[in-house]
Write a protein that binds this ligand. Structure first.
Ligand code: AQP
Length: 330
């Protein structure tokens, strides 16, 4: 959908604390780039964060932290609309409508639901998470959704539900495309390279946090699980730990994985890990510095304006949906 000649980009992040480097490389880095070319809307999806048990005070803190991280990585509030999902009730309304046209068989296949319900227990919110995510995207008529690889399945479901809606009620939603980076699209856990690096992983050594100190980063990368055969090579089956570190370093430095393999193939894991750590420290340092300079009160003012703008745009779009399904007027 084109507004003032610009296509729309939308994406969201859950305020579940412990913002890590995977989120940055998989998603935020593209968010920052795209705000220069697109009408950009970025949302802290706090309703999604309720799908696993969370302490209210902690959620409150994490919401502000998430916004500050967005600003610190380079989201510019003059270029991007930034707001909290819970302050725009049209998200939940559209999710209900889309839920009525989402087969449960589709939701049963969602990998994230299977994984998270195994860990935290199943609930209806977790089950219908992809429907709310579809509503987040479609509410704004987004054309492009920059996400990490773990969200690929949810994006496919979003396109399917949009198509189903359009077939039944007329062309209301553009079909959004996912934008997934080529390198570091799925940064893996440092302690279990077969599992995704995740905010909710209880092991603090599994993830490099964006606000970690240089020392923390060195220790975590030094302790990253690898294999016993000491050649640095990119092979996800035989060497998932080393492949993960290679992709991390490639994404952090912009150097191709092949070039890194050429340089470190024979140096042994110790030297390679030190180089990865320094590259990640260099990447994270300016983010951490900018985060430290942000003021909570200014963030609150920015969020109020963001919510106002998002509500008025969402209401215009939602009126079109209500009319299409027969819920307009009395
Ligand atoms: N490990 C990752 N590698 C690449 N991209 C990632 N993303 C998350 N983890 C990685 C991308 O970051 C964006 C925001 O994700 P999210 O926080 O809203 O939800 P998530 O995907 O469920 O991330 P986590 O870390 O696993 O959080 P919890 O533990 O709270 O569920 C998304 O675009 C995501 O793809």
């Amino acid at each position: 959908m084109t507004v003032n000649g610009k296509r729309k980009v939308f994406s969201g992040v859950q305020p579940t604390g412990n913002m890590h480097i995977g989120t940055y490389l998989g998603a935020f880095r593209n968010w920052v780039k795209l705000q220069h070319e697109y009408e950009a809307i970025y949302c802290v999806v706090d309703l999604h964060a309720l799908t696993v048990p969370v302490d209210p005070a902690e959620l409150h803190r994490n919401r502000i932290e998430a916004v500050k991280v967005l600003l610190a990585v380079g989201i510019d509030p003059d270029k991007s609309l930034v707001y909290m999902q819970s302050q725009v009730p049209q998200h939940a309304e559209l999710a209900w409508i889309l839920g009525t046209m989402t087969p449960t068989g589709v939701l049963n296949r969602m990998t994230q639901f299977k994984e998270k319900s195994a860990r935290a227990g199943a609930n209806l919110g977790l089950y219908s998470y992809p429907v709310l995510m579809a509503a987040d995207i479609l509410l704004h008529r987004a054309d492009l959704v920059p996400v990490g690889d773990d969200q690929r399945q949810h994006l496919e479901m979003t396109r399917d539900v949009a198509e189903r809606f359009n077939n039944r009620y007329g062309e209301v939603f553009p079909l959004p495309e996912a934008l997934i980076p080529e390198t570091a699209a799925r940064v893996m856990s440092l302690t279990d390279p077969r599992a995704k690096m995740s905010k909710s992983d209880p092991n603090p050594r599994s993830a490099i946090l964006m606000l970690d100190t240089a020392d923390d980063i060195r220790k975590k990368i030094k302790g990253a699980v690898t294999d016993s055969e000491p050649t640095v090579a990119h092979d996800w089956d035989a060497k998932p730990g080393i492949s993960n570190l290679l992709e991390l370093m490639s994404a952090a430095t912009g150097r191709p994985v092949d070039a890194l393999v050429g340089e470190y193939a024979a140096t042994g894991y110790g030297v390679f890990k030190e180089a990865v750590a320094e590259a990640v420290i260099e990447l994270a340092a300016p983010i951490k510095a900018r985060y430290g300079g942000l003021d909570d009160k200014e963030v609150a003012v920015l969020l109020e304006k963001g919510a106002d703008d998002a509500r008025s745009s969402a209401e215009r779009h939602q009126a079109e949906v209500r009319a299409a399904v027969g819920l307009d007027g009395v």
